[in-house]
Design a protein around this ligand. Structure first.
Ligand code: PGA
Length: 248
């Protein structure tokens, strides 16, 4: 049995007051939960949220990290800076980073290597655009992102990687893939991981679904054989809806 893993990506939302209130509510409501849970607030509040999560069962995540370890990189945040404030997980390859900030598979892979070498866990996001889906390219696109993103990742480090399948057309749009569509891509991702890293890794690796996951659809999605968790954007900004999804 794979562990269930639900992560909240707060994106560019919240300042100190609302982020600390949300984190404090979540640790109360999720105290007894047996699943793995992570929240990724914006960089500016990580050091405020970190002490709140200490001793709780919620992991602190970051939404990105720098490509380099130290030095003249104006505006970037290194993996050591993240670890310094208690971050355990970093989300990489999110479609908003790919599309709005031009991040390509090669760069994403370098970030993965840096984060994993630093001892952080990674959630690697993959997923096709609507146009790619309509052109029948889902398998091709997801495969390229997977193989590119995981290039040169060692067997030692792969257990610290979670994959999030997030069809771009479902993110923040209220549209979700049907459970069959999602499960089919998840199953394809799992077989590909098997080819790349062996069957036992494929059986263990957690594959989250993301894209308009909300309390009304989370149960059905998480009931699917290959959907082991969720990466939640909008619905993670509200304690009740996030908790309902975690409990699905
Ligand atoms: P959404 O975002 O739940 O708001 O669609 C998901 C994500 O981008 O990770």
């Amino acid at each position: 049995m794979r562990q269930r893993y639900v992560a909240g990506n707060w994106k560019m939302n919240t300042v100190t007051a609302d982020s600390t209130a949300l984190a404090s509510t979540l640790i109360q409501l999720l105290k007894e939960v047996p699943h793995k849970v992570m929240i990724a607030p914006p960089f500016t509040v990580l050091s405020k949220i970190s002490p709140i999560l200490e001793g709780s069962n919620i992991l602190l995540g970051a939404q990105n990290c720098a490509l380099e370890l130290i030095g003249a990189h104006t505006g970037e945040i290194s993996v050591d800076m993240l670890k310094d404030v208690g971050v355990k997980v970093v989300i990489l390859g999110h479609s908003e980073r790919r599309i709005l900030y031009g991040e390509k598979n090669v760069l994403i892979n370098k970030k993965l290597q840096i984060a994993l070498a630093a001892g952080l866990e990674v959630i690697l996001c993959v997923g096709e655009t609507l146009e790619e889906r309509e052109r029948g390219l889902v398998g091709h696109v997801v495969d390229k992102q997977l193989v590119g993103g995981l290039d040169n990742i060692s067997l030692e480090h792969i257990p610290n990687v979670t994959i999030a399948y997030e069809p771009v057309w479902a993110i923040g749009t209220g549209k979700t893939a049907t459970v069959e569509e999602a499960n089919e891509v998840h199953s394809m991702i799992r077989s590909r991981i098997g080819e790349l890293f062996g069957n036992s890794i494929a059986e263990q690796i957690i594959i989250q679904y993301g894209g308009s996951v909300k309390p009304s659809n989370s149960q059905e999605l998480l009931d699917q054989e290959h959907i082991d968790g969720a990466l939640v954007g909008g619905a993670s900004l509200e304690a009740d809806s996030f908790v309902t999804i975690v409990n699905s």
